[in-house]
Design a protein around this ligand. Structure first.
Ligand code: FE2
Ligand code: FE2
Length: 242
């Protein structure tokens, strides 16, 4: 969907067996520019976390195909039910006959089993699923940052937290993985467009995520981040509670 080769969809390994797929959207299409990321976990049971918007399907599919056969995908997981999280869920389910949607119990009950080609596999809070070498754990975080059914996946061997819309950075050109500050850029984004619900549970929910001591925060918009994830999540919680 981009003409500048610099702004093509790219795929980069950001942790052992974990790839970030990123599609930049220039300021001519979204004010200020933006980016949409998905994450691919390569394992016996390959997992795609987030699908991207349905109009991005060809680009995301082709990026995955440079790493593994799209037909081999086993799980299509997502934080909550929105178009950039799961807009091309059915396109992937169609291509990958073994694939199941993977989401929270609320998402399955409220939306996913109604719209998906196949029933979802729901994970309860704290429930783990082995993919082979990697293991993912579901963490319920209702309304953090938004949506009743919201939660986040944590990969236990690389300590990667797929933190979805948390730490959303504006702009369309980002390094795949950075150690630079992402809190202030994401707070600037929130200042202009507050995409967080006003949940009173913010401190407790952020603490659930911090308790995993993530080493990588796999953001959905902007760079993935490497560092003391627990400390950064606690800083975010303070800002949100202020
Ligand atoms: Fe969202
Ligand atoms: Fe998002």
């Amino acid at each position: 969907m981009n003409t500048d080769p610099q702004d093509a969809t790219r795929i980069d390994e950001i942790a052992d067996g974990i790839y970030r797929i990123s599609t930049p959207v220039p300021p001519s299409a979204i004010p200020g520019g933006f980016s949409f990321n998905q994450y691919l976990v390569v394992d016996d049971a390959p997992l795609l976390h987030h699908t991207g918007l349905s109009r991005m399907f060809p680009a995301v599919r082709d990026a995955i195909a440079t790493v593994l056969p799209v037909e081999s995908l086993r799980y299509i997981s997502f934080s909550h039910y929105e178009a950039d999280e799961c807009g091309s869920l059915n396109e992937f389910l169609q291509m990958a006959p073994q694939a199941e949607p993977l989401c929270s119990r609320i998402a399955k009950m409220v939306s996913v089993d109604d719209i998906a080609l196949r029933p979802a596999r729901a994970l309860g809070d704290g429930e783990e699923l082995s993919l082979g070498t990697h293991t993912v754990r579901w963490i319920d975080t209702p309304h953090l940052p938004h949506a009743w059914e919201c939660g986040h996946l944590f990969e236990t061997t690389t300590k990667t937290l797929f933190c979805g819309d948390l730490f959303t950075q504006g702009g369309h050109r980002h390094e795949p993985l950075t150690s630079d500050d992402i809190l202030e850029p994401s707070e600037a984004m929130r200042g202009g467009l507050d995409y967080f619900s006003q949940t009173r549970q913010v401190t407790e929910l952020a603490e659930k995520l911090a308790a995993t001591s993530p080493r990588i925060l796999a953001c959905m918009h902007g760079s993935a981040w490497q560092g003391d994830g627990a400390a950064l999540l606690r800083q975010l919680a303070k800002r949100l509670a202020a």
